[in-house]
Design a protein around this ligand. Sequence first.
Ligand code: GTP
Ligand code: MG
Length: 215
Amino acid sequence: MAGNPEKKEHLYKILVIGELGTGKTSIIKRYVHQFFSQHYRATIGVDFALKVLNWDADTIVRLQLWDIAGQERFGNMTRVYYKEAVGCFIVFDVTRASTFDAVVKWKTDLDSKVQLADGSPVPCVLLANKCDQAKEGLVNNSNQMDDFCKEKGFIGWFETSAKENINIDDSARFLVQRILENDSNIKRDEEDQDRITLGSKQSEIKSPKEKGGCC
Ligand code: GTP
Ligand code: MG
C-alpha cells in the first residue's frame, strides 16, 4: 500500500551531555548505527548524528543528536550548542559515582541557557549508563533515584547499556513522546495567540486562567 502523502515531519534537536567517558558517543552509535566499541576516543567539541523514526502511520520524526564532549563543561561553548534544543539526555556512568555528582551541574547549565518557546525547561531524561557493570552509589536505590529526578526536574531516568543495547530505544521513545506532546501544546498556544492578534472581538481574548491545562 502507498504511504500517507500527508505525513507530518518533525525535526528535533536533542542534546546528549554529561561527564567525560560516561558513554554519550557510545549510546548514540548504538542508537543510530547499532554499533559498539570498547575503544575510548574522547569527543572534541561536538559531533552530530541523525536518527529517523517512523513514529506512526502519519508522523516521521528526525532526531538531530548533538553529542557534546564531556570536557565542554569547563568551556564557554555550551550556550551555543544548546540553542534551539527541544530535548536532552544527561548521561552518567553507574560505575563512577563522581559522574552522578556532576549531573546536577549539567542540568543547571542546561536550564540556565536554553528553554522551550513557551519558556518551560527543555525535557530532560537521565541515563544511568554502563548498567552491564557493577553499580556504585544512589543508582542502586530506584526509589531514591525517582525522588532525585522529581526534585531536579528530570522527566524520567533509565538504566542503559550501550554495550548490551539495554533501554537505549526505550529511553529515546520516552523523550520523543514528551517532545511531541510539548510541540502540540506550544502550537496550540501559538494558535490561541494568533486568534488574539487577528480577532477583532474582545470576547475572543482568553486569559491564561481560562485556558485550563496543567502545570
Ligand atoms: P567524551 O566524548 O569524552 O565526553 O566521552 P563519552 O561520554 O562520549 O564516552 P564514550 O562513549 O566515548 O565511552 C567511554 C568508554 O566507555 C568507552 O571505552 C566505551 O567503550 C565505554 N562504554 C560506553 N558505554 C558503555 C556501556 O554501556 N557499557 C560498558 N561496559 N562500557 C561502555
Ligand atoms: Mg564522546
